[in-house]
Design a protein around this ligand. Structure first.
Ligand SMILES: Nc1ncnc2c1ncn2[C@@H]1O[C@H](COP(=O)(O)OP(=O)(O)OP(=O)(O)O)[C@@H](O)[C@H]1O
Length: 248
């Protein structure tokens, strides 16, 4: 898709919906294989988590979907198009939003600049007014530099930025990490709201209690492989057993 990555989707591609499909994905760092034959799908309006202990390959999987990790085999398609060698920028323009675990805020830019710098890629994108309405704290701090924000504010800014771009798939890497319970609760509300708007969310989360309050389905990852895929009800009824199995 590389040369068409920024073009508007065709009617056929629209009909296939904003579905993420990963098929038989393997990934390496040098000679070391860290993902093996991973297949998964995320539908529009679905929140799906990747659960696994440290080093299981969750971040590498998100980075591969975003095109940030290139040493891969297998296919990743989005909205009916295979992403192939499309650059991270082309993937962002195609509607994939990356919220890294370090939040990726431009420290020297203000909150407002962080929000408005990336291009709007979708006509359904949140307007700046909508962002400020949903995240009043970002409005209050709109002239503050990124460095002056708390962890929770940075997380909200990172999420708000991709919503303002109009991303239709959010790749969230540990959004609750290091945040106070009240902020985690707010992040959960935002995820549910995003879901209600038909956006797909692929969520890496160590906080499984939080994950099970927002997710529809889960993929369990161990040593780079999907070892089980289950819906949230099944996950909740077997959480202790599953976490023990994963060594978490
Ligand atoms: N830049 C790198 N170079 C070499 N190996 C790496 C690199 N980044 C990650 N790895 C290895 O790849 C494997 C998967 O790492 P990854 O970060 O994807 O796991 P994870 O499940 O996200 O864990 P964590 O929650 O600790 O980030 C681990 O064995 C890790 O040591």
């Amino acid at each position: 898709m590389s040369e068409r990555a920024t073009a508007q989707p065709t009617a056929t591609e629209r009909a296939s919906g904003d579905v993420l499909a990963v098929e038989s994905l393997s990934a390496w760092y040098g000679e070391a294989r860290v993902l093996t034959d991973v297949s998964l799908a995320v539908q529009p309006g679905e929140v799906v988590t990747l659960v696994g202990r440290n080093g299981a390959g969750k971040t590498t999987l998100l980075r591969s979907i975003m095109g940030l990790h290139r040493h891969v085999e297998g296919t990743i398609s989005w909205g009916g198009r295979e992403l192939g060698k499309a650059s991270p920028d082309a993937r962002a323009k195609a509607g994939i939003g990356w919220v890294p675990d370090d939040r990726g805020i431009y420290a020297s830019l203000s909150v407002a600049e962080n929000l408005t710098l990336p291009p709007v890629v979708n006509k359904d994108a949140w307007t700046l007014e909508q962002v400020y309405e949903q995240f009043p704290v970002l409005h209050e701090r709109r002239d503050f530099p990124g460095t002056k924000l708390s962890g929770g504010e940075q997380q909200m800014l990172a999420m708000a930025r991709v919503l303002r771009m109009g991303s239709r798939l959010l790749l969230l890497d540990e959004p609750s990490e290091g945040l106070a319970p009240v902020i985690v609760q707010r992040i959960g509300e935002i995820i549910r709201q995003i879901k209600a708007q038909g956006v797909a969310v692929l969520l890496v989360e160590q906080n499984v209690k939080f994950a099970s309050t927002v997710a529809d389905r889960h993929y369990l990852l161990a040593q780079g492989r999907v070892v089980e895929s289950l819906d949230n009800d099944a996950f909740q009824s077997r959480t202790t057993e599953l976490l023990e199995y994963l060594g978490m």
